[in-house]
Write a new protein. Structure first.
Length: 646
RNA sequence: GCCAAUGUAGCUCAGAGGUAGAGCACUUCCUUGGUAAGGAAGAGGUCAUGGGUUCAAUUCCCAUCAUUGGCUCCA
């Protein structure tokens, strides 16, 4: 008998060779139906693998990473089996589970190329294999046996992989007629997969190496329930509908013109209004928190970036220096605001009493991103950071972090980003040599960040070795309405620039000391933030942010004058909107303005004009009845206040 | 930058080796209306750009440019 310890600490005895599936059945038949893989002493195993020793175990369902992973990994094998049976002689690269589904890199025989027209046949075949409910069997083999098998299959990709493995650690998994080199773990049988579908194709270099052959990467998704697949496909469609590029066009927020330049957004009037609202709101919040606003030029002398190190880092792969008529003089488009802000610090002398010194700027920077990297507003070549730098003493780092975290949380809450994670990136404890700055300062800062995060109620994950060479950092990753992750806020300690620019302050000991510089951004960049906001809200922005808060719809042209009066009156209350005075019926005007995601439609006709009221229609809620214009103004302003009071 | 797909009216997209079509938007006219599409007429395109094949190319081929998806997930 062996002792099996469950996650709750309870211990059960089982005969030697018991499997995860048997344990699950013993606990509850219902659990046995849902469980997909098992952790045995922290190692994830197949449910059907025999356990021969005392162990701590944990059973994993689809909801857990470990369960999903096994599920999708087996799905990749099913897809491979389907492709092999449809296209005998196909060679297989790697086929792992990924964040959303799985893929397999393949090479079809005789130079045939897979196309979307083949999807249906593959889907059908995959379902067949799943319905056969074939057992998935693990077999540990010697290296030679593995080599022989794939030699006979003539699969040079698998052979290359095997050649790098150590004898005695090689396992094969088989199901039906398909055998694959694989570490596992896998599902007990293919019948667990109730819904499976090929999603897309892409090219991918063998082993990510562009000098090597390009294989076809086939992406797929699968679920234990048909309904889950339907929901997932619906989510994908919803994501497409919410694509910020599409909504940006529909709402006339921004535009890209190849003539102006790739990756350079032109902000249209509506988009500019939205962006300005965000900027002025954040500016007010910064001022409340003792930041001072600064402005710096879009270019800087090349020597500035040589001192900062950015020339070395960005020089070759960036926009090239701008020459002037003067001999040997050159400027660079600024890739970062930091060096400019450092020079602002240097413009005066600092005592320890003057710190922290906080300066902020909506600073536009230019980076020559690779052509293929460009994507809508999320990856551009010219963008505006909501940048700020805090210069402080080492003993102030923790407090400053707490203050910045407070601001980040405030911003997230105000914009309804309620689901987010935080991540602290620290040094690699095994290789501390690649980091700049003193051991003492690093330790202090790493400790300060962790304490600040905990004290502010965050529950950050800690990533060792993820810190930049110049300092540790804290990042915020928000989940949008569709569950997608976006990295927005970042707070970074920097020991590098103060050193390079020889920044100083006079301490209480009358000696000169080096300040610590903290970089931070809340939005990240205005471009990316607006994109995330669009996708999060599907273009239905909060009332205080939205470019047009209302549109007045006259029942007929006879009431256009009254409509104009309403617009002007509301303007006095700082409520923005316009008239739809087209020669159309009211139904038409309602439809068009609903589609433009206008939060409030104010319908005016004979009755409203006589009573000096508007008939209010709220987006998504329909008719709210009529009210006096002033009352509506109050109503909106109350709604806006609610945003900031709770 | 590399691979693939795509590029036709302001937008969304059909189409075919014989120099173009729809819907929406736009202009004009009719209609003056009560909570998600009123009617009619009109205007609008070197079919991304440059080559090639052909009697004939927007359509086929090549190149360029742009857009999109991927190139990070390691059996």
């Amino acid at each position: 008998m062996i002792k099996i310890t469950l996650p709750d600490g309870s211990v059960r005895e089982y005969p030697k060779g018991v499997t995860g599936l048997e344990i699950a059945e013993n606990i509850s038949p219902r659990l046995a139906k849902e469980v997909l893989s098992i952790s045995v002493n922290e190692e994830v195993w197949d449910l059907t693998r025999a356990i021969d020793f005392d162990a701590k175990i944990k059973l994993h369902k689809f909801e857990e990473e470990e369960g999903k992973h096994a599920f999708w990994h087996s799905s990749a094998h099913v897809m491979a089996e389907a492709i092999e049976s449809l296209f005998p002689g196909t060679k297989f690269g790697i086929g792992p589970a990924v964040e959303n589904g799985f893929y397999y890199d393949i090479e079809l025989p005789n130079g045939r190329v897979l196309s979307e027209n083949d999807f249906e046949a593959i889907n059908k075949k995959m379902m067949e294999i799943c319905q056969q409910n074939n057992k998935i069997v693990r077999k540990e083999v010697g290296k030679e046996e593995a080599i022989n098998y794939f030699k006979q299959k003539n699969d040079e990709y698998k052979l290359e992989l095997i050649s790098e493995l150590e004898d005695g650690t090689i396992s094969l998994y088989s199901q039906g007629n398909f055998v694959d080199l694989c570490r596992g773990p896998h599902l007990p049988s293919t019948g667990y997969i109730k819904a499976i579908k090929v999603l897309s194709l892409a090219g991918a270099y063998w082993r990510g190496d562009e000098t090597r052959k390009q294989l076809t990467r086939v992406y797929g998704i699968s679920f234990p329930k048909q309904k889950m697949l339907e929901e997932y496909l619906l989510m994908l469609e919803e994501a497409k509908k919410r694509d910020h590029r599409k909504i940006g066009k529909e709402l006339e927020l921004f535009h890209f013109s190849p003539k102006v330049g790739l990756g350079m957004a032109l902000w249209l009037p509506q988009g500019t209004l939205l962006r300005e609202k965000l900027e002025s709101w954040l500016t007010e919040e910064l001022k409340k928190r003792d930041y001072e606003m600064v402005k710096t030029p879009h270019i800087g002398h090349i020597d500035l970036y040589k001192t900062s190190g950015h020339y070395e880092k960005y020089g070759k792969d960036s926009f090239q220096p701008i020459q002037t008529p003067a001999e040997g003089e050159a400027f660079m488009l600024k890739p970062m605001n930091c060096p400019h802000h450092v020079e602002i610090y240097k413009s005066r002398q600092f005592s320890y009493r003057d710190l922290p010194y906080r300066i902020a700027e909506f600073g536009t920077v230019y980076r020559y991103e690779q052509h293929g990297e460009l994507h809508g507003l999320t990856r551009v070549r010219c963008f505006t950071q909501d940048d700020a730098h805090v210069f402080c003493r080492p003993d102030q780092v923790k407090d400053e972090f707490k203050k910045i975290i407070e601001l980040v949380l405030y911003v997230f809450k105000s914009l309804n980003f309620n689901d987010f994670k935080s991540q602290i990136s620290l040094r690699d404890p095994n290789d501390k040599t690649k980091y700049i700055g003193s051991e003492e300062n690093w330790e202090k800062a790493e400790k300060a960040i962790q304490e600040a995060a905990t004290e502010m109620g965050l529950n950050p994950t800690i990533e060792l070795g993820e810190a930049a060479f110049y300092g540790p950092k804290l990042d915020f990753i928000v989940k949008d309405a569709l569950g997608r992750n976006w990295q927005l806020g970042t707070i970074q300690v920097d020991y590098n620039l103060p050193e390079r620019f020889e920044l100083e302050y006079k301490g209480s000991d009358n000696e000169m000391h080096r300040p610590i510089m903290i970089h931070r951004a809340i939005f990240g960049s205005m471009e990316r933030f607006v994109a995330v906001l669009i996708e999060h809200t599907a273009g239905k922005f909060p009332i205080w942010l939205t470019p047009k808060q209302f549109v007045v719809l006259p029942i007929s042209e006879k009431y256009n004058d009254y409509a104009k009066k309403v617009v002007n009156l509301l303007k006095k209350y700082d409520i923005r909107g316009e008239i739809d005075d087209r020669n159309e019926k009211i139904g038409r005007k309602i439809r068009d303005n609903e589609l433009k995601r206008i939060p409030y439609l104010l319908i005016v006709g004979e009755k409203e004009e006589a009573e000096e009221t508007v008939s209010v229609r709220k987006q998504g809620h329909g008719d709210l009845g009529s009210m006096a214009v002033e009352k509506f103004a109050e109503f909106i302003n109350d709604e806006i206040k609610k945003y900031f009071n709770n």
